[in-house]
Design a protein around this ligand. Structure first.
Ligand code: ADP
Ligand code: ZN
Ligand code: ZN
Length: 746
């Protein structure tokens, strides 16, 4: 990418993080040399009335702009590039494929502090080590000081040293607890983090002995190290996928290479991080949105400089530079959270594959319920399927039951049959898990007198009743209102909550099972820091009898004592306008079901439905996810929907509906003209139509869908169209975005 230039003026072509699809030329300072400007460094440039952190893409000899009109840069921020040439190629690919401005893509790839122009220096981390005395002492001797005891045990169970960030992850107030340990010389300050890849001891705990299928999967990937290849590890929950990851990672670490592990929502699965730390003694970097900016910064730099061997992170960690890349893993690859839904709308799963190809390393995707796209890629021979058909150890597959609730008397969402099953399970001292994907008390407040419904003033949605907080809240824009007593329309005192939320089910469970411990897990109940961890450990310690929750429960948890899982309402997922809905519902059902009977006792899964004959449900429970996926792919093919066609969705929103609509009409006119004259004729342009949620947070939303049988043709059209869209004269109150390969059409 570098173009050496020895003319008097060095012209720097930079990407500026703004919403414009072009690069900018600047002059290098007089006394600088070409060696100061390696592509991939950050430079501060004057921009408008202020300045911006920009990224050097290349040095060129000539600019289209007269050199005396070019401005000089303000400062060079980095001596060494932040990105390697391959990483830059990846970012350029992302910019082209998602039609997103390059400068903004560079920004997306950086942690906040580097984005703001902070120096790329890794802070030296304090570390503490166990003394000989600390190794010898029995932690029981500290039983009168539980915090100290816990911390000592942490040191004793892990290799004897822990860094400040590891300690903070363990206990936020670790500094208070460590003081007496230091005074008693059980622990001492150690040499700071060496910032070098640490080779031994690699393993803290030995690996489990893998079964035949696990071994085949491990061998397949390990034989491919150093080359590109995509593997889809399909295995039911509990089949030992994580164990497969850990063993492959071990081989990669032995080769002194780094591993990038992406997961949907790491904060929801603290168990996973713990498992990695238990297994490996090498430094592990963690990155997710709950960490502070400086923690994320340190994690990014440690991977870039090779000081950490494993990065465990969410979607945004995808772009973390790797000094010695060896492997990329995406766990729960079907999860829609791998798609970024604002700014640069990249799909981490797809970009990971592209990155693997550029780096010539394998990419391992794992799931119990692979995305239809991934299964299609297996069919096409692009991905290699690795299959774990059984649960590891002795656990059995759960048995499904479709519970027909038509005409049945319901007790706040619970049928008599389900209540009986719950009782039976509790009588055996086993745990019950109930799933309802709606938090709050009730999704609607309605007047029994006149039918008036409390709507959100800013959204096309009803206000949700939150009984505990005594208020109404919109789940789309967050606006709150008082829980009215009298109907504003007819003045009658007949307002009543309609429908079910987790709070309401919790209330009825408390009444029905007064002597049982009920744990509710949803975004409201876990808002407080540390509360999720506390609930999870209560559940695992057997302190909970009934676990009730939303989506959160579907994510990778391992509840060993749960034997009954029930989904209270699957019907609401069956009738969506979005073609992705069936796939998402099937994945959700299988994922939730996967929490049941993970150890010795067999599990049972009950789905309450008024659609017991629905083909999706029947196929899924009688023949399993793969059969469902096969049918669903056939239907997608017949309807020419993705992955048999390619989509891009252009969204526009404005406080004035007419503005948004008009803007899209202009776009569609432009697109039709280009489509007829410059690209092939295989793209259909649908819309503009109001978005399924036509108004949100006070903004009216419209959208236009581009769909094509030919990916290249779609992108060619977008390539020509996008610069034209930027030229459209539009009001400042209108905003628009392009979503390539959208995962939801809302
Ligand atoms: P998944 O990631 O597919 O849900 P895990 O790797 O978490 O599966 O394994 C599920 C359970 O089975 C864990 O408790 C794990 O320790 C255990 N397990 C995994 N592989 C083996 C094995 N080869 N032998 C015995 N137990 C295993
Ligand atoms: Zn009324
Ligand atoms: Zn709202």
């Amino acid at each position: 990418m570098t173009q050496p230039c020895n003319t008097r003026h060095i012209i720097l072509r930079v990407a500026v993080p703004i919403r414009l699809h072009r690069l900018f030329d600047y002059l290098a300072p007089e006394n600088s040399t070409i060696d100061d400007f390696k592509p991939g460094i950050r430079i501060r440039v004057p921009f408008g009335r202020s300045n911006k952190v920009a990224f050097l893409v290349e040095c060129v000899e000539h600019s289209e702009i007269d050199s005396h009109k070019l401005k000089a840069i303000e400062a060079i921020i980095d001596e060494h590039p932040l990105f390697s040439e391959q990483d830059m190629r990846l970012l350029h690919w992302v910019s082209r494929y998602y039609h997103h401005p390059l400068g903004d893509v560079y920004s997306t790839a950086l942690p906040a502090l580097l984005r703001q122009g902070k120096a790329a220096i890794l802070p030296v981390e304090e570390r503490y080590v166990l003394t000989g005395q600390g190794k010898a002492i029995a932690s029981e001797q500290l039983k009168r000081a539980p915090k100290q005891k816990a911390l000592l045990e942490k040191f004793q169970s892990h290799a004897s040293h822990l860094s400040a960030s590891e300690l903070s992850a363990f206990d936020e107030k670790w500094r208070t607890a460590i003081k007496p340990l230091l005074e008693k010389t059980l622990v001492q300050a150690g040499p700071p983090d060496s910032n070098a890849i640490q080779v031994e001891p690699l393993m803290r705990n030995v690996a489990l002995e893998s079964n035949l299928q696990q071994q085949a999967a491990i061998d397949a990937v390990c034989n491919r190290l150093g080359q590109f290849g995509v593997f889809l590890l399909e295995g039911v929950t509990g089949s030992g996928k994580t164990e497969v990851y850990l063993q492959i990672i071990h081989t990669v670490l032995q080769q002194q290479q780094q591993v990038l592990v992406l997961v949907p929502e790491i904060t929801l699965t603290p168990q996973l991080e713990e498992r990695f730390r238990q297994r490996f003694s090498v430094a592990i970097a963690v990155s997710h949105s709950k960490l502070t900016d400086s923690q994320r910064n340190a994690a990014w730099l440690k991977m870039q400089q090779g000081a950490c061997s494993i990065m465990l992170g969410t979607r945004s960690a995808l772009f973390t530079p790797l000094k010695n890349p060896g492997l990329i893993i995406l766990d729960e690859e079907h999860d829609a959270s791998f798609k970024q839904q604002e700014g640069c709308r990249f799909y981490a799963r797809d970009v990971a594959v592209v990155r693997g190809k550029m780096l010539a390393i394998p990419v391992l995707l794992g799931s119990a319920t692979p995305a239809l796209e991934s299964l299609h890629n297996v069919d096409k021979g692009r991905y290699q399927l690795l299959h774990l058909p059984q649960r590891a150890g002795n656990a059995l597959q759960p048995a499904f039951q479709l519970l027909d609730i038509r005409n049945k008397k319901m007790h706040e969402g619970l049928s008599a049959a389900l209540i009986a099953e719950i009782k039976n399970t509790l009588a055996k001292s086993e745990q019950v898990l109930l799933f309802l994907n709606r938090r709050g008390f009730a999704p609607t407040l309605i007047c029994h007198g006149c039918g008036w419904v409390m709507r959100c003033p800013h959204c096309d949605a009803n206000m949700v009743v939150h009984a505990h907080e005594q208020l109404l809240r919109c789940h789309h824009c967050g606006v709150e209102g008082v829980l009215l007593e009298n109907c504003p329309a007819c003045k009658a005192r007949q307002l009543m909550p309609l429908g079910l939320g987790t709070e309401r089910v919790e209330k009825v469970l408390t009444a029905l099972f007064a002597d049982k411990a009920i744990v509710r897990l949803d975004r409201d109940s876990t808002r407080q820091k540390g509360s999720l961890e506390r609930y999870l450990s209560d559940i695992n310690d057997g302190k909970a009898d009934i676990i009730l929750g939303t989506q959160m429960l579907a994510k990778g948890h391992h509840f060993s004592q749960v034997t009954l899982v029930a989904m209270l309402d699957v019907d609401s997922g069956l009738f969506s306008v979005d073609f992705h809905a069936a796939e998402k519902l099937a994945q959700l059902i299988i994922q939730v079901a996967g929490r049941a009977g993970r150890e010795m006792k067999p599990g049972k899964v009950i789905l309450q439905t008024r659609q017991p004959e629905h083909p999706l449900l029947l196929t899924l429970v009688q023949q399993g996810y793969k059969a469902f996926a096969k049918t669903a792919l056939r239907e997608r093919k017949e309807a020419q929907l993705p992955p048999f066609s390619y989509q891009a969705l252009l969204r526009a929103q404005a406080s004035d509906a007419e503005l948004a609509k008009q803007f899209l009409h202009t776009v569609v006119d432009l697109a039709n003209r280009i489509h007829n004259s410059e690209t092939g004729q295989h793209t259909s342009i649908l819309g503009p139509v109001p978005a399924p949620m036509a108004k949100r947070a006070g903004l009216h939303r419209y959208q236009t869908l581009f769909q094509s049988q030919k990916r290249q043709e779609l992108h060619k059209l977008l390539d020509i169209l996008l610069p034209e869209i930027y030229k459209i004269n539009r009001s400042h109150s209108l905003s628009w975005s392009l979503d390539v390969d959208p995962v939801d059409l809302f």
